[in-house]
Design a protein around this ligand. Sequence first.
Ligand code: GLU
Length: 281
Amino acid sequence: MTFTTRFAPSPTGPLHLGHAYSALLAFDMARAAKGRFLLRIEDTDTARARPHWEAQIHDDLAWLGLAWEQPVLRQSDHLETYNANLMGLAARGLIYPCSCRRSDIRAALSAPQEGVATAPVYPGTCRGRRMDSRRPGDALRLDMARALQAVAQHLPLRFRETGPRHPGLHDITAAHLLQQTGDPVLGRKEIETVSYVLAAVIDDAAQSVTTVIRGGDLFDTTPLQVLLQALLDLPTPVYHHHRLIRDETGKRLAKRDDARAISTFRDQGATPADIRAMVGL
Ligand code: GLU
């Protein structure tokens, strides 16, 4: 199988040095493996995604010297596909509507429950609600216990990590998913909009991605994504989570961090080679 990787930014702000590192690393690894490098625009967050940020992504990446295959997959063009997959899970009894607000969840978690003072995950208040009780504004959650039953014959799930921090084969147990992930939101409040975790899994498979290269902050999302692959009968790629680029105080860079935006460095006269040096490539 041809080594295939992707850079998958969300067009919700300027690309910063952390994105530059991620994109350059993925591009370099694809080139070293004589493989394919793809760009994917993850714009399912319609409240925050903007066309001018998307245009800026293309511009910044081309300036950095990257080239990617055409056509570029834009997730907002595939909402029906994601929704069909979500409804397929719902038809199997794995999804329920949830009307809890953040404040409800916090309140439920601070109440003592079965010996656990606070659980890090959704307390399951709406679990057991039927799909036909979904009201406008309800999110859709995966019933983790049922999902695990559906993939019981594949447990423990497993993925290979090649990043510097946790290299090797990782087993994902049912206990880990129940205790660390719980019942995640897969369908957002806006009808027809799915969460990033689901859309990314569907697209990684549709685009034959063999290696997911992304920031280490997404390492903890991987067990859920591997579970979704098992539920949807999709292949699990290799994962490579890379170090994060931090500012001088050690904080990781955020979208609103304009000071480290690639465009700011461009305006100040930096060259693509300067950017590579700044991120340690
Ligand atoms: N769209 C995600 C982000 O901008 C990246 C998702 C991924 O690489 O899997 O953080």
